[in-house]
Ligand binder design. Structure first.
Ligand SMILES: [Zn+2]
Length: 138
C-alpha cells in the first residue's frame, strides 16, 4: 500500500497479539476456555465464565448477525470524513462474542438487526488487517 493509512490502528499487546496475527492471516481467532468451552472477546487472561486460565486460540466461523449499529453523519475524526455517512456496528458472532466493526458490501440503509453477516478482512497496512463484515452470501 503506497498511500499512508490515516485512521487509528490497533496497538496489540501481549494478550491481543494472537487476535491481530490471526487477522493478518485472514483468520478470526478467539480465546476458547479449555475447562468449560466458553468463547470470549475481547481478549483476557482468564475465562469470564469459569475463571479458568487455561485457554486456546481457536478459529471462529466468521459468521454472525448484526446486533446493533449506528450511521455516523457527523465529522468526529478527520480521517473518517471522506467516509461520511459510515456505519459502526456490533456483530454477534455465532460463537457468542460481539465485535465492534463496520458493515461493508451494502448500503447503510440495507443494514438491519439480526442481518446475517460474514467476516472479510481489510488489509489496511502491510502489517494490519481489520475484520469487517458483509452480508452473508445466501
Ligand atoms: Zn471457562
Amino acid at each position: 500500500m503506497t498511500q499512508e493509512y490515516a485512521k487509528p490502528l490497533p496497538r496489540p499487546n501481549r494478550l491481543s497479539q494472537p487476535f491481530w496475527d490471526g487477522a493478518k492471516h485472514h483468520e478470526l481467532l478467539l480465546q476458547k476456555c479449555a475447562a468449560c468451552g466458553h468463547v470470549w472477546f475481547p481478549p483476557s487472561t482468564h475465562c469470564p465464565r469459569c475463571l479458568s486460565v487455561e485457554y486456546e486460540w481457536s478459529k471462529a466461523s466468521g459468521r454472525g448477525k448484526v446486533w446493533s449499529w449506528v450511521v455516523i453523519w457527523q465529522r468526529y475524526f478527520a480521517a473518517f470524513e471522506a467516509d461520511i455517512p459510515y456505519n459502526v456496528a456490533y456483530v454477534e458472532l455465532d460463537e457468542g462474542p460481539r465485535l465492534m466493526t463496520n458493515i461493508v458490501g451494502c448500503e447503510n440503509e440495507a443494514i438491519y438487526c439480526d442481518m446475517p453477516v460474514e467476516v472479510v478482512f481489510e488489509d489496511v497496512t502491510p502489517e494490519v488487517s481489520l475484520p469487517k463484515f458483509r452480508p452473508q452470501a445466501s
